[in-house]
Write a protein that binds this ligand. Structure first.
Ligand code: ZN
Length: 220
């Protein structure tokens, strides 16, 4: 996978990310690559300002951290991992989501999600993705987040015209893999099952929005 900065400025890269999302991604990345690996990743992604200085655990955007910096971290990890990139990025996403699940209960309406634990698997996915999408819209506001959920028959699609994983980047392959991990972990939390998740479009490859599709049938 070859990742470069887009030749033209990408307005999505300027959107302010939730500080806690960057914190969880940094913590997850450090857990996967170790402290030494992390200093290499931060240096190579030009994110030295976060070395020993992770953002606060605050669930609000509007600090100083941008989608573009989150994408820098993602790109830095993918290049650090090399061939193992995909599975390692999924791990970072899964660990990052674990940090988030407890703390986002109010935003994601966890009571409703807990009630959904007894529903059929395909309904659980729909309820879960709707809650996640509504949560993102709540924290970012409708002006900065226009993501939506779509039933595509065999899959449920999450469609994000504003994606932090790839903001400002162009890539030869779908690169928004931390979010694949986030979806895997979230569906596992909700259903106890391993989801079948694929990224089917990426802004980094010229699409209008990033799209991840979750199969209505689990892997097991
Ligand atoms: Zn993306």
């Amino acid at each position: 996978m070859e990742i470069k900065n887009k030749p033209q400025p990408d307005p999505v890269a300027d959107i302010k990310i939730v500080d806690a999302y960057m914190r969880w991604a940094l913590l997850a990345a450090e857990e996967v690559v170790g402290a030494k690996g992390m200093s290499v990743v931060l240096r190579d992604s030009k994110l030295e300002r976060f070395a020993g200085n992770y953002p606060a655990d605050v669930l609000k955007p509007g600090g100083t951290i941008t989608f573009g910096e989150y994408a820098d971290l993602n790109a830095g990890l993918l290049s650090f991992f090399g061939r193992a990139g995909k599975s390692m990025a999924y791990r970072v996403g899964r660990i990052s989501a674990k940090h988030g699940i407890d703390q986002q209960s109010a935003i994601f309406g966890v009571a409703a999600l807990l009630a959904a634990k007894v529903l059929p698997y395909s309904t659980q996915i729909k309820v879960g993705l709707d809650a996640m999408n509504d949560g993102f819209r709540k924290v970012y506001g409708a002006a900065n987040y226009s993501g939506r959920i779509e039933d595509r028959g065999a899959t449920i699609a999450m469609i994000m015209p504003e994606c932090a994983n790839c903001a400002g980047k162009q890539s030869t392959e779908p690169m928004c893999l931390i979010h694949v991990g986030v979806l895997l972990e979230s569906v596992h939390w909700l259903s106890g099952k391993e989801a079948d998740v694929k990224q089917t479009a990426s802004r980094s490859m010229g699409a209008e929005a990033c799209v991840w599709e979750v199969s209505k049938t689990p892997k097991e």
